[in-house]
Design a protein around this ligand. Structure first.
Ligand code: OSB
Ligand code: MG
Length: 369
């Protein structure tokens, strides 16, 4: 595989409905796509950084700058995904920028070997149960309407976004209406340890987990909180590597882990997080960042690994976008099928891409790296 360069492509793609979390409201995603151009064909990666640094420190234009100024200059024409991961190590942070480049390289590398992401990563299931993440709404009736729709579509699990002032009432209402549905909540760091007694009032609702209640750097706080709640604590934002996952587990801060490849720097590290959690008997599930079909295809393959025993935020294309950039992922019996074609197994539709593209930039890879 001879790497000629990376093409960066910014697209704007509207969401089918606004998505509100404790950190803000999204109505449209600005997505940075990476195309690895090689002698054997292209590979695609999706950067999951958001337009603004409100979920993590990364943001779309910052990620593009890091790729242009610090990552591409470290690549050589013979770079494979492992060489890229090693070369990027001196650059601190910026996992989403690194993950997008690694994903594009891995897609090209696997396509050249006629191997699928699922086969490569070690998938053990042909399809994965799908959950759905439901944003904060203006009222409980509006929320129930949305949840009823997702349950009717067949989603295997419902996740409610919560924040102070939007927690007990919506959870109680959804639990009363759907007594048997698998239900969990995500606070995106909106609480403090002083809220422990309040959060314990969620215990009667038989939640699978509470995701990231406290700020990302507060591993100690999560460990204390976990002793005060019957609901299992699951970390998202805090888990930025396999080593940190192991540390958080040993400290008792997390008994279930959300894995997002972008947050941990790529699919190679995501698999290590999966493995270290499995070694500790800690179940994992695949998080989401409102990905298009490009990121979703790779996530669905990851979610087919053996220790992904809870449904992920791997929803159908229609939950996010009226027109996805790839062939749409559709829900079948509450599951998404793992693509079996080479690489991520899907390709972007050039017409759709052209419609959505804001800007492109080609970054050649030099022979000196
Ligand atoms: O915290 O899991 C999160 C979306 C954007 C940023 C952070 C999160 C989310 C979601 C949606 O919950 C997951 C998805 O459906 O892609
Ligand atoms: Mg989360």
């Amino acid at each position: 595989m001879t790497l000629e360069g990376l093409e960066l492509r910014w697209i704007d793609i509207p969401l089918v409905s606004p998505f509100r979390t404790s950190f803000g409201t999204e109505t449209e995603r600005r997505v940075l796509l990476v195309r690895a151009v090689t002698g054997d064909g292209d590979g695609w990666g999706e950067c999951v950084a958001m337009a603004e640094p409100v979920y993590s420190p990364e943001y779309v234009d910052g990620a593009a700058q890091v790729i242009r100024d610090f990552l591409v200059p470290k690549l050589t024409p013979d770079a494979d995904p492992w060489a890229a991961e090693r070369a990027f190590r001196p650059v601190h942070g910026h996992p989403m920028a690194k993950a997008a480049v690694e994903a594009a390289l891995l897609d090209a590398w696997l396509r050249a070997r006629n191997t699928s992401f699922g086969e490569f990563l070690g998938a053990v299931r042909p399809a994965v149960p799908s959950g759905v993440s439901v944003g904060i709404m203006d009222s409980v009736p509006r929320l129930l309407e949305a949840v009823d729709g997702y349950v009717a579509e067949g989603y295997a699990r419902i996740k409610l976004k919560i924040e102070p002032g939007w927690d007990l009432a919506p959870v109680r209402a959804v639990r009363e209406r759907h007594p048997d549905v698998m239900l969990q909540v995500d606070a995106n760091t909106a609480y403090t340890l002083a809220d422990a007694r309040h959060l314990a009032k969620l215990d009667p609702f038989d939640l699978l987990l509470i995701e990231q209640p406290l700020p990302e750097d507060d591993i100690a706080g999560h460990a204390v909180l976990a002793t005060r709640l019957a609901t299992p604590v699951c970390l998202d934002e805090s888990i930025t590597s396999a080593a940190i996952a192991a540390d958080a587990i040993v400290r008792g801060a997390t008994s279930i882990v959300n894995i997002k490849p972008g947050r941990v720097g790529g699919f190679l590290e995501a698999r290590r997080v999966h493995d270290v959690c499995a070694a500790h008997g800690v179940p994992v599930w695949c998080g989401g960042m409102l990905e298009t079909g490009i990121g979703r295809a790779a996530n669905v393959a990851l979610a087919a690994l053996p220790n992904f025993t809870l449904p992920g935020d791997t929803s159908a294309s229609s939950r996010y976008y009226a027109t996805d950039v790839t062939e749409p992922f559709v829900l079948e019996d509450g599951c998404l099928r793992v693509p079996t074609g080479p690489g991520i197994g899907v390709v972007p539709d050039q017409g759709v891409l052209r419609e959505l593209t804001v800007r492109t930039e080609f970054l050649p890879v030099g022979i000196h790296g």
